[in-house]
Design a protein around this ligand. Structure first.
Ligand SMILES: Cc1cc2nc3c(=O)[nH]c(=O)nc-3n(C[C@H](O)[C@H](O)[C@H](O)COP(=O)(O)O)c2cc1C
Length: 387
């Protein structure tokens, strides 16, 4: 059997894979369009989306909105006949969260994904936009959570405040790249394995599915690497997967070749957990820059981006946005790359088409193997960061 389709309300797509939003500038229109053309959801990163705009230091809010709008339009242009969708990732921790959401809605993006905090007021922007335009808004909204508790909290607030249930929920586990919704000590704990959290989130959303009268698909990410992983996650009840690391090692990924090569060269030991200026742990590729920062060196910024709510330029050891922009451009000595726990397995850069083909073959092989000897629920292979 081919991949099952993914249905989000009135929209059904043939590929149940979401390419996770990757900032800064790692997933922009090129990657997002390529994924949408394969039938999945290609996601543009909202974080500092205007980093290439000339006036980013002077007018960061306007420049970001302009940059995001331009990326969405180019992604649409490059995926006109796509069977997939275009999404935007907008982190709650961003100072210009509201402005980016308004831009995404105005540009009629298909889905807004929002994590790094609880997007409790996200539906209010859709309501506002609908009132202003005097028409129905078709943009779907999907929180990214790391626990059933967070999923419940968001669903309760949306239902009581806006009579709205999430259109889809992404559950991100501790093996993911980027900022992590766990305390550092929880990252290696057996209680916080994705395989345990997923059924809890599905259960927590059941009463909201009853209330809104439709399914709330749960999509799972963080350490999903092969088609067999996708198959296993689906056996747990996931409607699809979100993948980041694998999409970095594609020709269409919007980061520089040097950035992609850092993924190819990293071994399993080259990843490290950092305490990000965002106030959350993050998983990244070990680098001299990060070692220096961990060892107490400081590069106090002259803050130009004013990007993260919790960042205090007076006390932060370095500007995370500048470090991520430097890395995106290939200046790895002046920055660093976020990456998932499986980064050590990346050995090649391929096209998005080729990646999807290989995932499909692996999925089908896993399904065929399971048909010969069906596993018990408890036997579903856990995600792993080693081959
Ligand atoms: C380079 C990089 C940048 C990321 N940036 C963001 C981001 O801006 N916002 C976000 O919500 N998640 C971000 N993530 C997380 C991904 O969207 C995705 O959920 C995660 O990487 C999935 O785990 P995997 O890499 O093991 O597939 C980032 C991940 C990577 C590798």
């Amino acid at each position: 059997m081919p991949f099952p389709t993914l249905t989000i309300g009135d929209k059904t797509i043939p590929l149940p894979i979401i390419q996770g939003g990757m900032g800064i500038g790692v997933s922009l229109h090129s990657l997002a369009a390529a994924v949408a053309n394969e039938g999945g959801i290609g996601v543009i990163a909202g974080a500092l989306a205007g980093f290439r705009e000339k006036d980013i230091a002077k007018n960061p809010i306007e420049a970001d909105s302009r940059g995001l709008a331009a990326e969405i339009r180019q992604a649409r242009e490059k995926s006109q006949d796509a069977s997939g969708l275009i999404g935007v990732n907008i982190m709650v921790a961003l100072c210009n969260f509201a402005s980016l959401v308004r831009t995404a809605v105005t540009e009629k993006v298909d889905v807004i994904f929002s994590g790094a905090g609880l997007p409790l007021d996200l539906p209010s922007y859709l309501r506002e936009a609908a009132e202003k335009a005097q028409e129905e808004i078709h943009t779907k909204i999907a929180p990214i959570v790391s626990s059933a508790r967070a999923a419940s909290l968001i669903a309760k607030k949306w239902w009581s405040g806006y009579n709205k249930a999430p259109d889809l929920v992404v559950v991100e586990g501790p093996l993911a790249g980027g900022h992590l919704g766990f305390k550092r000590a929880e990252l290696d704990s057996a209680d916080h394995r994705l395989e345990l959290i997923v059924p809890q989130v599905i259960e927590a959303l059941k009463s909201f599915e009853d209330k809104c009268g439709r399914a709330i698909p749960v999509v799972v990410g963080g350490g999903v690497y092969t088609g067999a992983d996708i198959y296993n996650m689906m056996q747990l009840g996931a409607a699809g997967v979100q993948m980041g690391t694998r999409f970095v090692a594609t020709w269409e990924c919007d980061a520089s070749l040097t950035f992609k090569k850092a993924f190819m060269e990293a071994t399993e030991k080259d990843q490290m957990i950092i305490q990000s200026p965002v106030g959350m742990p993050g998983r990244a590729i070990r680098s001299q820059f990060l070692e220096d920062m961990e060892n107490g060196m400081k590069k106090p910024p002259h803050c130009i981006y004013h990007c993260i709510k919790t960042c205090d330029p007076a006390t932060t050891p370095y500007c995370i946005s500048l470090a991520l922009v430097n890395a995106q451009k290939g200046h790895m000595d002046r920055g660093f790359a976020f990456a998932g726990a499986n980064v050590g397995r990346v050995s090649d850069i391929v096209s998005v088409k080729k990646l999807v083909e290989s995932l499909r073959e692996e999925y089908e092989a896993a399904e065929a193997a399971a048909a010969l000897s069906p596993p018990q629920a408890a036997e579903v292979a856990p995600l792993t960061a080693t081959e």
